[in-house]
Design a protein around this ligand. Structure first.
Ligand SMILES: Cc1cc2nc3c(=O)[nH]c(=O)nc-3n(C[C@H](O)[C@H](O)[C@H](O)COP(=O)(O)OP(=O)(O)OC[C@H]3O[C@@H](n4cnc5c(N)ncnc54)[C@H](O)[C@@H]3O)c2cc1C
Length: 452
């Protein structure tokens, strides 16, 4: 194989975005993207494809704002291929005026004051609309008036007392985004190598041994720089360099099905029930679930974060429902731990927020899709983007449940690190070297892990 300037390991959203911004912003042409799987087919195929700029920390807000800026530019330049919507995120709770949540909003939006609008009445509140995203409001509307909530979100349960409506949020078609980036990479001369990186010898150049489907012995590729974008296999690649990235993989699931009963309005934003709950089981079911260690937790109080949104076109009828309640790390080398109990549990949980969905308990449509993938995450749930300890090696990963929305920023930041160009000030906090910043790490240890 001819030597390359940059070898990128992994063709998920992240590896592709790094290659794209190397080509677009830095004119790097000799790029090899290596993967045994088809592009965008592992974790990136499981994404809920939601985006938002809501975080409890200004660094993550800056990171996703940067990514959304780049996605919007891509969407406009491609004539709308990203299918971006901007209905927002509706975070709901039964708590009146939840001061802790309002304080967290102020922390996240600290760099753009005046963006948080507390609404005791309708005033000039603009209700959600999915498209077009151009001209949609920014900031956050915190709806504190029950009558306004009822009028705006008639499908929500009557006990909802507060809706935090994040405005710079919605959905994208992440597969389309990957496709259009791949077209640009190929056009610039980048190549896709079908194979699995088996070993790496560090140096200048790096020497990668790749097992390709058609060769009995590994093929060698020489590369001046390498990028570890191996998703849930991030640590496998780090281990080949003798490094420990301290990431873990936690399996999360979703379901999608045609909402034939029209329980979810097509203009409804991505709705998240923030409140924990105990699932309502019959006595018989409860006893059965409690008797099995694998299902006992479903009979105990569960965390919040159940989410639901319309999927596909406005005139379609599919919806997606998810709940990232698993907290037990798994191995990406084992078979996916798909939980057959999940569809029933999640539909019960979501119907507390959207009572009409209760009609599907025990009656989920036959065409339902149940799927899942690994959140690859650091303890602080921030990504790793930037130089690894090995000179010439970079990492772009640990994007947990925000890799579709974070792909563009990750790609552009990692490409700048590789090209030796300046990066925005927030980018140093996302690089692996942040672990040497004891003050930052202590601050992050105090933040709760995201639930989505
Ligand atoms: C259920 C679920 C819902 C989600 N919802 C959202 C959402 O709504 N919004 C959002 O922004 N994000 C969401 N995410 C997160 C998002 O999907 C991920 O963060 C993102 O897809 C990660 O992309 P990646 O490129 O890092 O990993 P992947 O897509 O997993 O790609 C990694 C690639 O590396 C390859 N690889 C691994 N080892 C090797 C090797 N040795 N040699 C060569 N190649 C190798 C793999 O084959 C794979 O193709 C969700 C994730 C899950 C699981």
């Amino acid at each position: 194989m001819p030597p390359v300037d940059v070898a990128i390991i992994g063709t998920g959203s992240i590896g592709i975005a790094v290659a794209y911004y190397l080509v677009r912003d830095h004119g790097v042409r000799r790029i090899a993207l290596i993967d045994p799987r088809p592009p965008m087919s592992l974790t990136s195929a499981q994404s809920g494809e939601n985006y938002r700029n809501w975080w409890p920390h200004r660094v993550m807000t800056a990171f996703t704002d940067h990514s959304i800026d780049l996605m919007e530019r891509l969407d406009e330049a491609s004539g709308g291929r990203l299918n971006m919507t901007r209905g927002g995120y509706a975070l709901v709770t039964r708590r009146e005026r939840p001061q802790d949540l309002i304080d967290a909003l102020h922390l996240g939006y600290a760099d753009s004051p005046g963006q948080i609008r507390l609404r005791d009445s309708e005033g000039d509140y603009i209700p959600p609309r999915r498209t077009p995203w151009q001209g949609s409001p920014s900031g956050v509307d915190v709806l504190l008036d029950r009558a306004l909530i009822r009028r705006t979100f008639p499908a929500f349960a009557n006990d909802i007392a507060t809706v935090i409506h994040i405005r710079r949020a919605g959905s994208i078609d992440a597969q389309q985004m990957g496709s259009l980036m791949l077209e640009a990479i190929r056009e610039a001369g980048g190549t896709l190598v079908r194979g699995e990186v088996k070993s790496i010898t560090a140096g200048a150049p790096f020497r990668l041994e790749i097992a390709t489907p058609d060769a009995t012995t590994p093929t060698t590729l020489l590369a001046e720089r390498i990028v570890n974008a191996a998703g849930p296999h991030l640590q496998d690649i780090a281990s080949m360099l003798g490094e420990d990235l301290q990431v873990e993989c936690v399996f999360q699931q979703k379901i999608a099905f045609p909402d034939t009963l029209q329980a979810v309005a097509r203009r409804q934003p991505f709705a998240i029930d923030l409140d924990g709950q105990s699932l309502a089981w019959s006595d018989e079911d409860r006893a059965l679930l409690a008797s099995d260690p694998a299902t006992r937790r479903l009979t105990e109080p569960m965390k919040g974060g159940i989410h639901c949104r319309p999927d596909g076109p406005v005139d379609g009828n599919w919806i997606k429902v998810g709940w990232a309640y698993n907290e037990t790390p798994g191995s990406p080398h084992d078979a996916l731990p798909v939980d057959p109990q999940f569809p029933d549990s999640v539909i019960r949980a979501v119907s507390r927020l959207q009572p009409k969905l209760a009609a599907y308990i025990g009656k989920l449509p036959r065409g339902m899709r149940h799927y899942g993938g690994f959140y690859t995450q650091t303890t602080e749930n921030w990504p790793l983007i930037g130089p690894m300890a090995t000179p010439g090696a970079f990492v772009a990963g640990a994007l947990s449940g925000f890799g579709s929305m974070g792909a563009c920023a990750t790609g552009s930041l990692c490409a700048a690190w590789i090209a030796g160009k300046p990066v925005p000030s927030f980018a140093t906090s996302l690089a692996p070297a942040r672990r040497q910043d004891t003050a930052l790490m202590a601050e992050l240890a105090g933040l709760a892990k995201g639930t989505l």
